[in-house]
Design a protein around this ligand. Structure first.
Ligand code: ADP
Length: 442
């Protein structure tokens, strides 16, 4: 039995899993976020550890712990006492935006595959190191959990988490001296880097960042996770098209290094939430499916949900939402349908920048929406397969612990049914709306 931990931004999920990936027990504990100033988002490292401890309660009989975790979140602690020197700076935190604006984007992209954005760890760590002294240890959340689980004996991270720091070279598979110089980071504070499927201590095996863990559970297929936003990852050595990131994918010990392209869409499920909370058009996200199904077509209505700017492949934080094609005949059903359609179009926008895929593996809360899954297959012209178990992130960590490269059990398969002509007409309607959104900010 494996205890698979998914340490996320709002809580920790633990699954007790056997070697066939059957789930024998589940635990969940919330994790508070702290917002000390506008744009600042923090966790208390002791509360992170506490939430993992709570989520584990009642789950027994395992011999291995595997970890998947929220990425980029940055912790610093005192090696001697093991005490955090301050709160963790969470991936959502924007306090280092000005610093990022000074960075050479081409250099950062070439070295790390990433973009200079406060999202990643380096500028957060630079900020913390400027304010604290001593014999310090840096870690992302995985590193902190391994430190706690081994009572300070192991200070290590895995390649997927390292590849989100802005300090790691995808070429040398090591911390990059020039980047360390750039951010004034002494090598001594950094953890040792191991392949995701490696041992990380007695009874700890298998660590990956959450998106890479879900990708591992997709068994080599492209995957999209549909939640508040959507994360699309495709495992490939190819170069990134415009607007997507290059990142390490999980590998087992002895395997060659593996890489993935990653696109992040900020608003998918969040648009459905906004229809509920902002406009009171629906009572529950599940109503969106009924409303979309009622309509025979979208009535020419498109909704570009740039509610918090646009992520991949546009990276326009100044973009704002737009609804086009409204007539007297437009109803709340059209808006609900347009929000769901926008999810599928945005995932296609990202996939358009990547090598062609033959199947898309889907997971996350929105995959409960069968209309959306069918529409996604139609818009892509590629089959979409859901997973049997919603917690793909935890299952990916479990597969790493098992040392097995294979897909977790599938749920339902949605084959494209719409004619290609019709799909392309719909997609060009979306592109036209998107164009207008981008025009309004350029
Ligand atoms: P996260 O992990 O990002 O918090 P989840 O994977 O739990 O997200 O999914 C929750 C999101 O999915 C919410 O934004 C919600 O609006 C959306 N959602 C959940 N179920 C449906 C549904 N049946 N139809 C449309 N949207 C849904």
């Amino acid at each position: 039995m494996i205890l698979a931990v998914d340490q996320g931004t709002t809580g920790t999920t633990c699954l007790l899993v056997d070697d066939e990936l059957n789930v024998h027990g589940r635990g969940y504990a919330e994790l508070p976020q702290h917002f000390p100033q506008p744009g600042w988002v923090e966790h208390d490292p002791n509360e992170i550890w506490q939430s993992v401890r709570e989520a584990m309660v009642g789950l027994d009989g395992y011999d291995t712990v595997a970890i998947a975790n929220q990425r980029e979140t940055t912790l610093l602690w005192d090696r001697t006492t093991g005490e955090p020197v301050s709160n963790a700076i969470v991936w959502q935190d924007r306090r280092t935006a000005d610093r990022c604006a000074q960075l050479d984007a081409d250099f950062i992209r070439a070295r790390t595959g990433l973009v200079p954005d406060p999202y990643f760890s380096a500028t957060k760590l630079e900020w913390l190191l400027a304010r604290h002294e001593g014999d310090l240890a840096f870690g992302t959340v995985d590193t902190w959990l391994v430190w706690k689980l081994t009572n300070g004996a192991v200070h290590a991270t895995d390649e997927t988490n390292a590849s989100r720091t802005l300090l790691y070279s995808l070429e040398t598979l090591d911390w990059d001296d020039e980047l360390l110089d750039l951010f004034s980071i002494p090598r001594e504070v950094l953890p040792e880097i191991r392949p995701s499927g490696a041992e990380f201590g007695d009874g700890i095996r298998g660590i990956a960042g959450d998106q890479q863990a879900a990708l591992f559970a997709a068994g080599g297929a492209a995957k999209a996770t549909y939640g508040t936003g959507a994360f699309v990852l495709v495992e490939t050595d190819g170069d990134p098209g415009h607007g997507v990131l290059r990142t390490a994918a999980a590998r087992l010990p002895g395997e060659q290094p593996r890489r993935a392209l990653e696109g992040a869409v900020f608003v998918t499920g969040a648009a459905v939430q906004w229809l509920r909370d902002g406009l009171s058009l629906i009572d529950d996200p599940r109503m969106a499916e009924e409303l979309a199904t009622e309509l025979s077509d979208n009535g020419g209505v498109y909704f570009v949900p740039a509610l918090t700017g646009l992520g991949s492949p546009h990276w326009r934080s100044d973009a704002r939402g737009l609804i086009t094609g409204i007539t007297r005949g437009t109803t709340h059903a059209h808006l609900a349908r347009a929000a769901l359609e926008a999810t599928a179009y945005q995932v296609r926008d990202v996939l358009e920048t990547m090598p062609a895929v033959e199947l898309l593996r889907a997971d996350g809360g929105m995959t409960g929406n069968r209309w959306l899954m069918q529409f996604q297959a139609d818009v892509l012209g590629v089959p979409v397969e859901t997973a049997r178990e919603a917690e793909q992130t935890a299952l990916g960590a479990a597969l790493l612990a098992l040392g097995e490269r294979r897909a977790s059990p599938a749920g339902e398969l949605f084959e494209p049914r719409m004619s290609r002509d019709q799909a392309e007409t719909l997609y060009s309607g979306w592109r036209a709306a998107l164009e207008r959104t981008l025009l309004s900010v350029s």
